[in-house]
Design a protein around this ligand. Structure first.
Ligand code: ADP
Ligand code: MG
Length: 685
């Protein structure tokens, strides 16, 4: 994950609570605004509904007072007519008062007419309401005899003589209309409708709407409940939210409609803000989750690497220990076999067995040296190595190993040519990789060796050179790739694979402070990357090193006296015999103490000392020997040892590694003696 996006995600995550807080506050503000609109209109609706109800009820009460007045009870109609006119004047909201005689179907009087105007039939709207009328009743809006919309209040009257009349008060809708217009909030439409859904009053277009049915939104709302909020559109096309409430006695409802944007806009805004906050939170938590996942993955990779190197360490120690013991055994075996061969007569049939055994022992020696290659016990040089020279120097060997069906190419970048490592180990690693590539390409293919420079990255502060060995072979599955570096892991038949090739490659890279990585897909080839520390190019030409190596054509001076110090009788015996066969004069000591005692009497030209001995170690012997005889030449024989200790004790001394063949022994001793001839620069301990 790139750095910028990680810090971006972290910033979002850090700011997320702030976003949420702001979002919630703004949301709350908009919600509040919306609620305010809703609550205010609901309150207004309730207020209008109860005012309408109260005024209707007070008119009804007044009508009841009139209905129970004495003149009516006495059936003194002239007096009753006068009283009715008085009460009507008192109310101010009545259009007229009508007294009917339902039993006879006639009108007794109507305040709009003189009392002696003569009898006439009951008005239709009264006749319709009369049957079943039990008490004072408020009717819905209706047209009266003159075709005017009125609100009739009917009150039954029973006289002292038991006769039944019906008193009807025509309430003027203007009374309700006044309430509505004075209570309407600005910008709103307020209406009162009766139980059938017809307009009683309306603050807009009252004249044309009164007595007519309200919109279906209104009628649906009152059919559904006594109060609430509903969206609708008025006859004028005004999109609105309407709050309504219903009066207790009248059953008439008041409706207060506000423009829907007053409700919708805050609602939309708050929803939008909720959405933005949710998206921001999702983004932040997604970003965090991504960071967490990447962290976890890289930690797991680190753990895997640690685990791998711990495993290698453990296996390295184990195999190192085993290899040490094997080295001693093999040294004795090889030496013994070589001596026996020398003694066997040319025609002796046992020569064949001896040669076979020597061959097998030599193979064993090779194997132990490979075991040591990835156990830490082998000393790795840290020298400037010219990868280009190494690769070109190996082309013959590599081409031989690869066979004719595999094409090889080498591409070394000029800025990726010098590394710090052990040249021998690097050569061995390249050979191992080439052999693996050959095994993976039985039908032939291509092997590419290349290098490139990679800049310092992560914890390492040094540039790296990446050596890439890529083949076009069968590749590896994930499982195989995961275990390929393990020592002894092989997928090959018993006699073909040792499982030590990649283990050596891995150990070489690690011990050079580098790393080795496998990239492989089944069927698509394999790419092994060796990342090694880059070395600065040398100032002068590197060729004098090789010149010196060639100069070590030691002309052995066989009259020299040597002392062999080794606690292992087998190894010592072989060494002594071989050196004597080479023509040296040899004395032997079975321990450090014995060697020092001998040294006091006589100094040999060279002491050949086993490094690991019980009691006085090779290092101890070297120190004491140089105390006794400053400038004493010492050569170490070593199979398994601590590099630091060896370095400290060696002081430039030559080291012979077990197991060895006679030629190696001769060459090393020759070199040690050759060195002894030159003036010594290292100070004596
Ligand atoms: P060996 O070659 O003796 O089996 P190595 O340690 O060299 O041991 O390799 C271990 C295993 O890794 C091999 O057995 C093989 O399965 C796999 N392997 C190594 N290199 C390659 C490659 N270039 N292509 C395919 N598989 C490989
Ligand atoms: Mg191999």
């Amino acid at each position: 994950m790139p750095r910028w996006s990680r810090s971006y995600a972290l910033w979002i995550a850090a700011l997320a609570p702030l976003f949420v807080l702001i979002g919630v506050l703004v949301f709350a503000a908009f919600e509040g605004a919306r609620r305010d609109v809703e609550v205010v209109s609901a309150q207004r609706a309730t207020e209008v509904a109860s005012l309408v109800d109260a005024s209707a009820v007070s008119e009804l009460k007044l009508a009841q007072v009139l209905a129970s007045s004495a003149p009516l009870a006495r059936e003194d109609m002239a007096e009753a007519y006068r009283r009715a006119a008085e009460v009507m004047a008192l109310s101010g909201n009545w259009r007229t008062v009508v007294l009917s005689d339902p039993a006879r179907g006639i009108e007794v009087f109507d305040l709009r007419r003189p009392l002696d105007g003569g009898p006439r039939p009951m008005a239709d709207y009264i006749a319709a309401a009369a049957p079943g009328l039990a008490g004072p009743t408020m009717s819905d809006i209706t047209r009266d005899r003159l075709g005017v919309y009125v609100l009739p209040l009917h009150v039954p009257v029973v006289t002292d003589r038991g006769r039944r009349y019906l008193l009807t008060v025509e309430l003027d809708t203007a009374a309700i209309q006044a309430l509505v217009t004075t209570r309407a909030p600005p910008g709103s439409v307020v209406a009162v409708v009766d139980r059938s859904g017809n307009f009683i009053a309306r603050n807009v277009a009252y004249e044309s709407r009164v007595g007519r049915p309200a919109t279906r939104y209104v009628r649906d709302a009152i059919a559904g409940g006594r109060r609430g909020l509903y969206p609708g559109v008025t006859y004028e096309g005004f999109k609105n939210y309407t709050a309504f409430d219903t009066g207790q006695r009248t059953g008439w409802s008041a409706h207060v409609a506000v423009a829907s944007y007053l409700v919708d806009t805050p609602r939309r805004m708050s929803l939008a803000i909720l959405g933005v906050v949710a998206v921001a939170c999702l983004g932040a938590s997604g970003g965090l989750a991504l960071v967490a996942v990447r962290r976890m993955r890289s930690r797991r990779q680190e753990e895997a690497r640690l685990h791998q190197s711990q495993k290698m360490e453990a296996v390295g120690q184990l195999t190192g220990g085993i290899a040490h013991d094997f080295n001693n055994l093999l040294t004795a075996i090889i030496g013994g076999l070589e001596l026996s061969l020398k003694r066997a007569a040319p025609g002796d049939p046992s020569r064949r067995y001896l040669e076979g055994a020597l061959d097998a022992a030599a193979r064993g020696a090779k194997l132990t040296s490979r075991l040591l290659a990835f156990s830490r016990t082998q000393r790795l040089a840290r020298e400037r190595v010219d990868v280009q020279a190494v690769m070109w120097g190996m082309t013959d060997l590599l081409e031989q190993s690869l066979g004719p069906r595999i094409a090889m190419s080498i591409d070394v970048a000029e800025d990726a040519r010098w590394v710090v490592t052990d040249q021998n180990q690097l050569e061995l690693a390249l050979l191992n990789l080439a052999v693996n590539a050959r095994d993976a390409m039985p039908e032939g293919g291509r092997l590419e060796l290349s290098t490139r420079r990679t800049p310092a990255k992560g914890r390492s502060s040094h540039d790296r050179v990446e050596i890439v060995v890529a083949d076009t072979g069968q590749g590896m599955t994930r499982e195989v790739a995961a275990r390929a570096f393990d020592p002894f892991f092989t997928t090959k038949e018993v006699n073909r694979g040792t499982g030590l090739g990649l283990a050596q490659v891995y150990a070489m890279a690690r011990q050079s402070d580098g790393e080795a990585v496998i990239e492989s897909v089944p069927g698509q080839g394999t790419r092994v990357r060796l990342r090694l520390p880059a070395a600065p190019p040398p100032l002068a030409g590197p060729d004098d090193v090789n010149a010196r190596k060639d100069a070590v054509t030691a002309s052995l001076r066989r009259d020299r006296r040597l002392m062999v110090v080794d606690d292992d009788a087998g190894v010592r015996g072989v060494l002594v015999d071989e050196l004597r066969l080479l023509g040296f004069q040899v004395t032997e000591a079975a321990s450090g103490a014995e060697a020092l005692a001998m040294l006091e009497r006589d100094a040999p030209d060279l002491m050949i000392v086993d490094f690991l001995m019980p009691g006085l170690t090779g290092a101890d012997v070297a120190v004491r020997a140089r105390e006794l005889r400053p400038g004493q030449r010492i050569m170490f024989v070593s199979g398994h040892m601590d590099n630091a200790a060896l370095d400290a004790a060696a002081q430039g001394a030559v080291v012979l590694r077990k197991p060895f063949v006679v030629a190696e022994l001769a060459e090393t001793v020759g070199r040690a003696l050759d060195d002894a001839e030159a003036p010594q620069t290292a100070p004596s301990a």
